[in-house]
Design a protein around this ligand. Structure first.
Ligand SMILES: [Ca+2]
Ligand SMILES: [Ca+2]
Ligand SMILES: [Ca+2]
Length: 776
C-alpha cells in the first residue's frame, strides 16, 4: 500500500519499454494465506514467499480456483498496463472484498473495506506504452472477486482489460510456500517486529561493482595477493557460470577502483570456490573441477575433473559451497525437488541431501552426514566444526542451522534412503523461524574479531541481509539464539566472506519472479567494513537455569530498567517435522517473565521464566522504547533461542534410535519386568526418559534395567524399580551407542528392525545403527 493518490484526470507517465526485463502477456497473481479475518487491506511483512504465484491472462477472477484459496487471504497483482494510444482512460475496479489499484506507483482507485463486488471508477490520462500496474486486495469470507475493466478513448462502454494490454516478467522463477503469512502490526517497525531495512551502524557499506559488472555471485574465496575470486551462477540449467578475479576490493576502495578479470567460463552452475596450493577449485553441479592455467595469463586453459558424485540432472541438484582442510574438500549436495518444492520421489540420483568429503589427491568421495535438503551454505564454526544452513521444505518446518559431524542425520528423508536415514535425528543448532528471521539462509561463517567475536553470521537470499547467531554448548551440544544483524544491501545475500581487511563481503543473487529479495537486484557485490561503533544491541542470549540471561552491548538506561520484567514479551513453541513442505508452530504458548534482574554494570538482564520447556524455540521481544544509558535505541529487539536442552537441570525427553523410533515402555505399564521396545514417537510419558547423573535412565518413575544383571547376547532389557545397581547403569559413547559397563555390552534393537513393538536387548557392541541412540 505504497504510493500517493492521484487527483482525477491526472496524467501518468509510463516507463520506457527498454527498461523492462523480457515480458509475456498477462499479469502475475500472488496470493498470501493470512488466516485472519481482515476488515481492511493490510501491509504484508516483507520477505514472505506467497502461497500461490501464477501467470494469469486477464484480471477477472471470482472463484476459489482462480485465487487458490477460499477465505482469509491477501492478493497482489503485479505487471504492466500496456496502453496502445495516449489519451483519457476510465479504469473500473470491481472487488470483493476491498482493493486498491496503483498505476506507476500512484493510487488511482482506493476501494478498501468490506463489500461485495461493487465497481469503482477513476479517469486518468495515460501516455502510450507500459505503465506499472499493481492491485492489492483482500478476501475476508463469502464471495471473492477482482475484475479490472477499462473504457479507452472513444470506446462506447467498459470491457475487461484485454490480455494484449497486460504484460509481466517472462520466464521467471515462481517460488511458493504453504503456511500462514503475516501482516504488519500497528506497533511493528524495522528491527522491532519487522525485518530491518538499514545497514547496521557498526558497519560502513561500500559498493564494489564497476559499471556494467553485474555478477550473480554463487561463491567467493581469497587469493594470497588480496584479490577476490568470485564465481557467477549463469542461470538455471545453463553452463554459463564464470570465475572472476577482482583486484582493489580491500581497504579504502570503490566501484571505480575495482578491477575485473574473467579467468574461467562455461561452468555448470558453480556454487563453491576455494584456493588451495596455488590453484582454484570449483564445485560445479556434477563435479569438482581444478582450474589450470598453462600459459601464465591466469586464464584457465585446462579444466581437470577432480571428482564426481551422484547427479541426476534435476535443476535443484546443486553442489553447495567448498571448504578445504588437511587435504580434503567438504561440500553439500542438495536433493532433487519438483517445481513447486516437493522432494522428488523417487530421487533420480542416490545419496543426495548429504555433506560429502573429497580427497584432493585421489578424488575419492565419502559421505559425512545426511538428511539435508537445500543446504545452501557451509562454513567453519566454533571448535573448527562444520556448520550448514538448510532451507524450509519437506521434513523442514522451518529453515535451520545444523552442526555437521560424521554419521549425523538431519531428518530429511529421501527415496531411496540416504546413507544415514536409519540414524537418530540430530536436532538443529538453530531453528530459523520462517519469514520471521529467515526464508532461504545461505553461507555461515564465524567472526573472529569485533563486538560479536566468536559468533556466527549467515546471509539469506529471499529474506535478505545478514543474520547473527550466538551459540553455546548445553549438555555437550550447541544451541543458541539468532538475531537480526543488517539489511540495506543491494541484493539478497547468497555468499558472505571475511576479507583480509576484516570487512564482510556480501555476494548477491536472485532471479526474476520472486526468487530473491523483493525490490532488490538479482546480482550484487558489496562490503561491510567495521567502523569501530558498537551500537546498542543484544550481544548474547544464554540459557540459565529457569530462564535466560540477555547481555547487551551498552548499559540500560534508568528509564528502561524501570518495570524491566514487563518490557519482555515471550513465546515458546516447537516444530514437528513431517513429509509436508514446511510446517506450523506447535503448542505455541505465551510466557511471562516472573522477574528481571539487572546486573551491577547494567549490561545483563537475567529473566526468570516459569514454564520454559526443552525442545522449544523461545522468542523474546522487548519492544521499543528500550534504550541504553546514552539514549541509544535498541537496534533489533528480538531473539529466537533454540532451547533443545534446558541448562543445569537433568535432561529429560525422547531417546531416539533406529529409524528415528522412540525408546518406549510397553503400554505405559509400570510393573517390574515390563517390556522396553521401540515405537513411533508420540510425546507420551512412556517415552520421556530422564538421564540421571548416576548413569540411570529413568521413565515412569522406574529404571532401564538389564534382566538379572546378565551379560549374554539377547539378555532382556526391561523396566525395573531403580536400585542403583550396575544393571541400571548406562554410558553414552562417542559413536552414539549406549553401553552398560557391567556387561560391557550395548543397548540394541532386536533384529535391527524398526517395527513398532520391537524389543530392545543387550548385545555385543558392533557400531551398527541398531545400537545408535540420541539422548535428550
Ligand atoms: Ca470466499
Ligand atoms: Ca468476501
Ligand atoms: Ca591461460
Amino acid at each position: 500500500m505504497k504510493g500517493s493518490a492521484v487527483p482525477a484526470g491526472s496524467t501518468l507517465e509510463g516507463r520506457a519499454a527498454a527498461a523492462l526485463p523480457p515480458q509475456t502477456p498477462g499479469v502475475t497473481l500472488r496470493v498470501f494465506d493470512v488466516q485472519i479475518p481482515l476488515n481492511n487491506l493490510c501491509v504484508l511483512k516483507p520477505g514472505q514467499t506467497p502461497n500461490i504465484d501464477k501467470l494469469m491472462p486477464v484480471v477477472d477472477w471470482s472463484t476459489s480456483t482462480d485465487f487458490g484459496l477460499e477465505t482469509h487471504f491477501v492478493t497482489h497483482v503485479v505487471g504492466n498496463l500496456v496502453v496502445p494510444q495516449a489519451g483519457s482512460y476510465t479504469l473500473r475496479l470491481a472487488s470483493d472484498d476491498g482493493s486498491r489499484l496503483l498505476i506507476d506507483d500512484r493510487v488511482v482507485i482506493d476501494h478498501d473495506g468490506l463489500h461485495g463486488p461493487d465497481p469503482k471508477d477513476a479517469t486518468v490520462n495515460l501516455t502510450a506504452g507500459a505503465h506499472a500496474l499493481r492491485i492489492e486486495h483482500f478476501e475476508r469470507d463469502g464471495g471473492q472477486q477482482i475484475t479490472l475493466s477499462w473504457k479507452p478513448p472513444g470506446a462506447a462502454g467498459f470491457a475487461v482489460v484485454p490480455n494484449s494490454a497486460l504484460s509481466t516478467d517472462a520466464d521467471v522463477v515462481r517460488v511458493t510456500a504453504p503456511g500462514r503469512k503475516e501482516c504488519e502490526g500497528i506497533a511493528d517497525t524495522p528491527g522491532d517486529g519487522l525485518p530491518l531495512t538499514g545497514v547496521h551502524p557498526n558497519y560502513t557499506l561500500t559498493d564494489l561493482r564497476p559499471k556494467g559488472f553485474e555478477p550473480q555471485v554463487s561463491a567467493m574465496d581469497w587469493l594470497p595477493d588480496g584479490r577476490l575470486a568470485v564465481t557467477t551462477w549463469g542461470g538455471s540449467n545453463n553452463t554459463t557460470g564464470e570465475v572472476y578475479l577482482l583486484g582493489n576490493v580491500t581497504g579504502n576502495t570503490g566501484p571505480d577502483k575495482v578491477t575485473v578479470k574473467r579467468v574461467a567460463s562455461g561452468l555448470k552452475e558453480p556454487m563453491g570456490i576455494t584456493y588451495v596450493g596455488g590453484k582454484l577449485y570449483v564445485s560445479q553441479k556434477h563435479e569438482l573441477t581444478e582450474l589450470n592455467d598453462t600459459d601464465g595469463d591466469e586464464v584457465t586453459d585446462q579444466y581437470r575433473r577432480v571428482a564426481t558424485w551422484p547427479f541426476g540432472g534435476n535443476f535443484h541438484e546443486f553442489a553447495f559451497g567448498l571448504l578445504h582442510k588437511d587435504g580434503f574438500f567438504y561440500l553439500n549436495l542438495s536433493v532433487s525437488i519438483n517445481y513447486g518444492g516437493a522432494t522428488t520421489n523417487p530421487q533420480p540420483a542416490p545419496n543426495r541431501g548429504t555433506t560429502i568429503k573429497v580427497n584432493r589427491q585421489t578424488g575419492e568421495v565419502s559421505y559425512v552426514a545426511g538428511g539435508l535438503r537445500t543446504p545452501n551454505g557451509i562454513g567453519w564454526g566454533p571448535e573448527g566444526g562444520i556448520f550448514v544452513t538448510d532451507n524450509q521444505g519437506g521434513w523442514l518446518p522451518s529453515s535451520k542451522l545444523v552442526h555437521i559431524k560424521q554419521d549425523r542425520f538431519f531428518h530429511h528423508y529421501t527415496n531411496p534412503a540416504g546413507p544415514f536415514d536409519s540414524r537418530p535425528v540430530t536436532r538443529p543448532v538453530l531453528w530459523l523461524p520462517q519469514n520471521e528471521i529467515a526464508n532461504s539462509p545461505s553461507t555461515p561463517l564465524q567472526l573472529t574479531d569485533g563486538p560479536f567475536a566468536g559468533q556466527m553470521l549467515f546471509g539469506d537470499v529471499t529474506y535478505g541481509g545478514v543474520q547473527r547467531g550466538f551459540l553455546e554448548k548445553v549438555g555437550g551440544e550447541y544451541q543458541g539464539a539468532v538475531f537480526r544483524l543488517t539489511q540495506g544491501l543491494e541484493a539478497g545475500v547468497t555468499r558472505i566472506s571475511v576479507g583480509p581487511d576484516g570487512a564482510l563481503y556480501a555476494g548477491g543473487l536472485g532471479a526474476g519472479g520472486n526468487w530473491g529479495q523483493e525490490g532488490k537486484l538479482a546480482f550484487g557485490l558489496q562490503k561491510l567494513t567495521p567502523n569501530g561503533a558498537d551500537a546498542f544491541d543484544i550481544r548474547a542470549m544464554r540459557a540459565v537455569p529457569g530462564g535466560f540471561a540477555l547481555e547487551y552491548t551498552q548499559p540500560l538506561s534508568a528509564q528502561t530498567a524501570t518495570d524491566l520484567a514487563k518490557r519482555y514479551r515471550i513465546k515458546q513453541w516447537r516444530y514437528a517435522p513431517t513429509a509436508d513442505y514446511g510446517g506450523p508452530k506447535i503448542g505455541e504458548e505465551t510466557l511471562t517473565a516472573g522477574s528481571a534482574t539487572l546486573s551491577a554494570d547494567r549490561r545483563t538482564v537475567t529473566l526468570a521464566i516459569p514454564g520454559l520447556k526443552a525442545d522449544r524455540v523461545v522468542h523474546v521481544r522487548s519492544p521499543r522504547p528500550f534504550s541504553s544509558s546514552t539514549g541509544e535505541s535498541l537496534w533489533s529487539t528480538e531473539a529466537w533461542y533454540t532451547l533443545n536442552r534446558l541448562p543445569g537441570g537433568v535432561p529429560t525427553g525422547e531417546v531416539r534410535g533406529l529409524g528415528n523410533k522412540c525408546l518406549d515402555v510397553d503400554d505405559s505399564q509400570t510393573a517390574d519386568g515390563t517390556k522396553i521396545q521401540v515405537w513411533g514417537c508420540n510425546s507420551t510419558a512412556a517415552q520421556q526418559w530422564t538421564v540421571a547423573g548416576d548413569g540411570a535412565l529413568k521413565v515412569l518413575g522406574k529404571c532401564l534395567d538389564v534382566a538379572g544383571g546378565g551379560s549374554a547376547d539377547g539378555t532382556k532389557v526391561q523396566l525395573w524399580t531403580c536400585n542403583g545397581s550396575g544393571a541400571q547403569t548406562w554410558q553414552a559413547q562417542a559413536d552414539g551407542s549406549l553401553r552398560n559397563p557391567q556387561s560391557a555390552k550395548c543397548l540394541d534393537v532386536a533384529g535391527g528392525t524398526t517395527a513398532d513393538g520391537t524389543k530392545v536387548q543387550l548385545w555385543t557392541c558392533n557400531g551398527t545403527s541398531a545400537q545408535k541412540w540420541a539422548l535428550p
